[in-house]
Design a protein around this ligand. Structure first.
Ligand code: SF4
Ligand code: SF4
Length: 108
């Protein structure tokens, strides 16, 4: 999945790269920085929100998308990675309490 955004070129950035308005990361996709990418295992995910809390980019999306696990557990929401913004820092992989996020090499 991906989010629509207005990508800024370097000429449109403030001098020194200063952040002069809050909530601007939606205009600065960082997905092309990535070397490794997180992949959420929906069967292992316990919907704890920690990846969403710790992700430094707007890259973890919480969707109203039901999911039934292989063991029959039914969830009303699904956590997905928006790869337009995921910079591959690996924080979500470290913070997931049930190790539901694999970190795999990016293939471009
Ligand atoms: S790897 Fe980093 S940027 Fe990507 S989803 Fe995880 S915490 Fe967010
Ligand atoms: S931290 Fe792990 S278990 Fe929690 S919502 Fe994210 S992927 Fe699911």
């Amino acid at each position: 999945m991906s989010t629509s955004f207005k990508k800024l070129g370097w000429r449109e950035m403030p001098i020194g790269g200063a952040i002069i308005e809050p909530g601007n990361s939606i205009n600065r996709p960082t997905g092309d920085w990535r070397v490794f990418k997180p992949v959420i295992n929906q069967d292992k995910c316990v919907r704890c929100y920690l990846c969403w809390v710790f992700c430094p980019e707007p890259a973890i999306k919480i969707l109203d998308k039901p999911y039934k696990t292989a063991s029959g557990r039914e969830w009303k929401i699904t956590f997905e990675v928006d790869y337009a913004f995921c910079k591959g820092c690996g924080i979500c992989v470290e913070e997931c309490p049930v190790k539901a996020i694999d970190f795999v090499e990016e293939v471009k």
